[in-house]
Design a protein around this ligand. Sequence first.
Ligand SMILES: Nc1nc2c(ncn2[C@@H]2O[C@H](COP(=O)(O)OP(=O)(O)OP(=O)(O)O)[C@@H](O)[C@H]2O)c(=O)[nH]1
Ligand SMILES: [Mg+2]
Length: 323
Amino acid sequence: MSIQWFPGHMTSARKKAAETMAVTDVVIEVVDARLPAASSNPLVHELRAFRQRACLKVLNKADLADPQVTRQWLEHFRRQDGLLAVAVSCRRPGDVARLPALCRQLAPHRGDNTKPLRMMIMGIPNVGKSTLMNVLLKRKLAQVGDEPAVTKMQQTSQIDLRHSLTDTPGLLWPKIEHPSDGLMLAASHAIGRNAMVDDDVAIFLAGVLLARYPALLAARYALPAAVLDGSDAVAVIEGIAQRRGFRRRGGEVDFAKAATVLLQDYRDGLLGRITLETPLTRLAMLDASRATTVAGSDERGSDDAPVAGPPATTKDLSALTTT
Ligand SMILES: Nc1nc2c(ncn2[C@@H]2O[C@H](COP(=O)(O)OP(=O)(O)OP(=O)(O)O)[C@@H](O)[C@H]2O)c(=O)[nH]1
Ligand SMILES: [Mg+2]
């Protein structure tokens, strides 16, 4: 099953990125440290591979991610060719200051006064590209905000005589193949509220928390043991509604309100440091997806069966970047 969600304006952003790639030495690909694979954009890979440009993969927002899992992801990415990977938080400028030197390692022929090192920051929406640009420039040049598609146009500036930097609008790709990737992107607010149903995203998030971070759920919401010991993600959200006294007019629990609170708490880092996928959970997801595809094609035989449409969670795909 694949999800189609490629808003129109991204076509021109992609074209412009391809043009700038021609005059770029190193791509700084910013991903979200809480979902490093789901937030890795295959379009970025495609565009830079076409021009054979080196890549520094930056796992940003590391302050919000589980440090142990971040280490696993760095090991995972560092095994890939032509790639340097590093975890940073833009809240710690010292982390970010190391990046130009790492980029120079990737393009040793550039970075002097006659041939400045040209770096382009790329990635999906809302991962902190513009914030990174501002931290590197040590001034607030680019507009930032906790919602997707804040940056609408490329912007280039000199860090110093030896380094130039281009910030780009967040890019998504036409087909998000795995539904769990779409849900992780929505949970981290890389895609807007109009593209996915909040309740579904919150149920997915509650399921991950229940499986991997029950202690953090317990600490924030004081849920009953029966909920924390179980595997019912819906019960987690109902539990939050009950604990917080969220009720609708007729007296029943206000599920939607609790779902929104859970999502916002997660986005604000109020639950603690949480990573939604590990290299192992990713591998298991990919294996399961492959098995389903093989089983599906066996069942269909040689018939030209119709491709499955987007899941029921998808609302208005054209409004992907609207919050
Ligand atoms: N906690 C935390 N928040 C961050 C970090 N970096 C950026 N942010 C926040 O993430 C949000 C998005 O930042 P932006 O820099 O606007 O993201 P962007 O990738 O440029 O987004 P688009 O322009 O929409 O593609 C803002 O609220 C930032 O303050 C970080 O390292 N840690
Ligand atoms: Mg931006």
